[in-house]
Design a protein. Structure first.
Length: 228
């Protein structure tokens, strides 16, 4: 058995196109196939097509975020259709078709470098899809990012003696965790996916417990928490 996927594909090359456009392709994949198999199938039909192949990187499928190694069966079951609209994680940061500029995501890591050791960066790079899944970066491009918050929790668990310093950084008034907006409906269900809302709630609770005097927002939130 196989799936015949109709893919309405986002096309754009920042070096030559003024505006993006969409082009339709049909790709057959077997029941054990992945989203990457669909992308490779399109590549066979059009060698100019560009897309991310890193297993930690996602694209949008019918507006939802899916990692490229996710099974087609899972996606079809979730969406209840074999007609896919394939788009980059962020249209604003699109560089070439489904490839995006990841420099804003990597830039945020600079704030956490003082708390890291060799080998930690790879863990952060694996969270790239969580950064672009957030709608917050559409209105505040300097937001540290949900991936930043998830990685901060990882660092706290690994280096507990650095907890308060990291929490104070996450609690930043302008670009910190308080800017988080729900993404629970943005990610296609995946048993390995991180429960972002649960982790963000934990991070906020830790901030209010351990560093409630960090700034005016934490003081206000801590005061409100005490009234309940």
């Amino acid at each position: 058995m196989s799936y015949l996927i109709t893919a309405n594909l986002f096309r754009f090359n920042a070096a030559s196109d003024l505006l993006p456009y969409y082009k339709e392709y049909e790709v057959s994949v077997d029941t054990n196939g992945t989203l990457l198999d669909i992308l490779n199938g399109i590549k066979e039909q059009d060698n100019s097509f560009a897309f991310p192949s890193n297993r930690f990187t996602g694209i949008r499928v019918n507006s939802f975020v899916a990692l490229v190694n996710m099974s087609v069966r899972t996606i079809v079951k979730f969406l209840k259709t074999d007609k896919f609209t394939l788009e980059p994680l962020s249209e604003f940061y699109a560089v070439h078709d489904l490839n995006i500029d990841t420099s804003p995501f990597l830039k945020q890591l600079d704030y956490l470098k003082p708390f890291m050791q060799e080998g930690d960066k790879e863990r952060y790079e694996g969270l790239v899809s969580y950064y672009y899944a957030s709608s917050t970066i559409e209105f505040e491009r300097e937001y540290f990012g949900d991936s930043f918050m998830l990685f901060a929790l990882f660092l706290i668990e690994k280096y507990p003696h650095k907890r308060d310093e990291i929490l104070r950084l996450c609690a930043d008034e302008k670009y910190g965790v308080w800017l988080h907006t729900s993404v629970k409906n943005a990610l296609i269900l995946d048993p390995k996916a991180v429960n972002i809302e649960e982790r963000i709630a934990r991070l906020k609770a830790d901030i209010l417990q351990y560093v409630p005097d960090t700034n005016s927002i934490t003081k206000r939130e801590a005061k409100c928490a005490k009234t309940f």
